[in-house]
Design a protein around this ligand. Structure first.
Ligand code: MN3
Length: 212
């Protein structure tokens, strides 16, 4: 999980998320965009041996403390590397209908209901001006929050742990949805892997509790 960072496998075929996310978009997104972030992250880190032992997540959490000459490269390409890795992990052909147990209860407490959460999340993602991401995060105090970031900025760099993200760069949806970002965001719910998101929630809460 450290240098040289490797493009992760999807774990499913490029066509597996059809019709919600089309195969051509998935292929370009993974093999060109994500691969590009991976290569550029490695290039940025190449001459910084002291950073080679760290994962992208660790580097992004430590972003403000990184040397000036590598910070922007990690912010953009380490962010692109980490965000897309999370994105692929939390998608699944056919999805899984709703979060179970701990996460489901926490979503109801934080947002009122699962439907209200989806509305809030979609609203944040739809309202992100230009390129960026919509997020469900565990904040530094262990609370669930919906947020969005510009470009490839990661919630990790402001102390939160993202457990679900949706890419709203046009490259994520334009071939199939053109300018209809809201339709893409609606379709996204059909392919979310809530089992993985629930596990990430449990891990983030565990990390939070043990760090207090
Ligand atoms: Mn993308």
């Amino acid at each position: 999980m450290a240098y040289p960072h490797e493009l992760p496998e999807l774990g499913y075929g490029y066509d597996a998320l059809e019709p919600h996310i089309d195969a051509r978009t998935m292929e370009i997104h993974h093999s060109k965009h994500h691969n590009g972030y991976t290569n550029k992250l490695n290039k940025a880190l190449e001459s910084h041996n002291s950073l080679h032992g760290y994962s992208a997540e660790q580097l992004l959490r430590a972003l403000p403390t990184l040397p000036d000459e590598v910070r922007t490269g990690v912010r953009n390409n380490g962010g692109g590397y980490f965000n897309h890795t999370l994105f692929w992990e939390t998608l699944k052909p056919g999805g899984s209908s709703a979060p179970r147990s701990d996460l489901g209860g926490a979503i109801d407490s934080a947002f009122g209901s699962f439907d209200k959460f989806k509305e809030t999340f979609s609203g944040a993602a739809a309202g992100q001006f230009g390129s960026g991401w919509g997020w469900l995060v565990v904040d530094p105090f262990g609370n669930l929050k919906v947020t969005s970031t510009a470009n490839q900025d990661s919630p990790l760099s402001s102390g939160s742990t993202p457990i679900l993200g949706v890419d709203v760069w046009e490259h994520a949806y334009y071939l199939n949805y053109q300018n209809r970002r809201a339709d893409y965001l609606q379709a996204f719910w059909n392919v979310v892997n809530w089992d993985v998101v629930g596990q990430k929630y449990a891990d983030a809460k565990g990390g939070w509790i043990s760090s207090v």
